[in-house]
Write a new protein. Structure first.
Length: 258
């Protein structure tokens, strides 16, 4: 807790708003995307999906593959509570939908489906793109898959299995325009997935890391990602780290309040 308070205070001191951004590429990202209003149609559909999960009080047996939960002590967990704790917030879902609408990636990989809340945001805002999402826990994935069928997210493919196997397979087969890292909030896993994913991108691909200040390890992973030679622009919004590889840009790191 102390770490998060301290890192938030540091973020507030360091961060700038759009007026402090001199890169046209990042200025456009902030003003035309991150600060833009999302279409209400998109948002309604996402909120319907979320409501359905919040109403579901049945329990499932969760197989925990990640960094563990800060909230649950048992693996038998109510679906509504998983949705509240592991799922993307409304604010972040809106930002994610804006980001997708702005860059329109056609081939998307999500590492960490859970109940499919962020997948729903991706699928709704990118109806013509192909979205692959990876989840290890079978019972959690089944709930998500049933809702994807019900909401007719036909552009979404859910793959069940440990990222150790499923991620490498997807990266071997495809090149991705966008990868969303929301799976395992440990330093080692984050850096492993990041490095592996570099083999399946192109100059305009971009990555999004969720919860870069979730714990000290995640902050360390974020600092290493920023330093990586293939990374040029990074944008730290506190909740997210956005990474670009565009060779035409000088290496530069931005800390932005949104
Ligand atoms: C934070 S949740 C994803 C939340 C989701 N993106 C959302 O916003 O709605 C992370 C998910 O990754 C899965 N996960 C973590 N480590 C994994 C691994 N090594 N293999 C497969 N799944 C894993 C967990 O089971 C969990 O459901």
């Amino acid at each position: 807790m102390f770490f998060r308070i301290k890192s938030f205070i540091c973020f507030v001191i360091k961060s700038k708003n759009k007026h402090g951004v001199h890169s046209p590429f990042v200025f456009d990202l902030v003003t035309k995307c991150l600060h833009k209003k999302i279409s209400t149609n998109y948002n309604h559909l996402f909120l319907d999906y979320k409501k359905e999960l919040f109403k579901n009080t049945s329990t499932i047996n969760v197989t925990d593959y990640g960094a563990g939960s800060k909230v649950f002590s048992s693996n038998k967990r109510p679906i509504s509570k998983i949705a509240k704790n592991a799922g993307i917030s409304n604010k972040r879902a809106k930002l994610l939908m804006n980001l997708m609408q702005y860059y329109k990636p056609t081939s998307v990989l999500e590492i960490g489906t859970s109940l499919g809340l962020s997948t729903a945001a991706l699928s709704i805002s990118l109806p013509n793109s192909s979205i692959t999402t990876l989840e290890g826990c079978k019972e959690t994935a089944n709930i998500a898959q049933n809702l994807f069928n019900k909401y007719q997210f036909k552009n979404t493919k859910l793959i069940i299995g440990n990222f150790k196997e499923t991620l490498a397979k997807q990266l071997n087969k495809n090149t991705f325009d966008f990868i969303f890292f929301d799976g395992n909030h440990t330093k080692k896993a984050t850096l492993d997935y990041f490095k592996q994913s570099l083999s399946s991108i192109h100059n305009d691909s971009f990555f999004l890391f969720d919860d870069i200040y979730w714990n000290y390890e995640m902050k360390q992973a974020w600092e290493e990602i920023k330093k990586h030679p293939s990374v040029t622009i990074t944008v730290d919004t506190y909740q997210w780290g956005i990474v670009f590889f565009r060779k035409e840009q000088q290496k530069e790191h931005f800390t932005i309040r949104i």
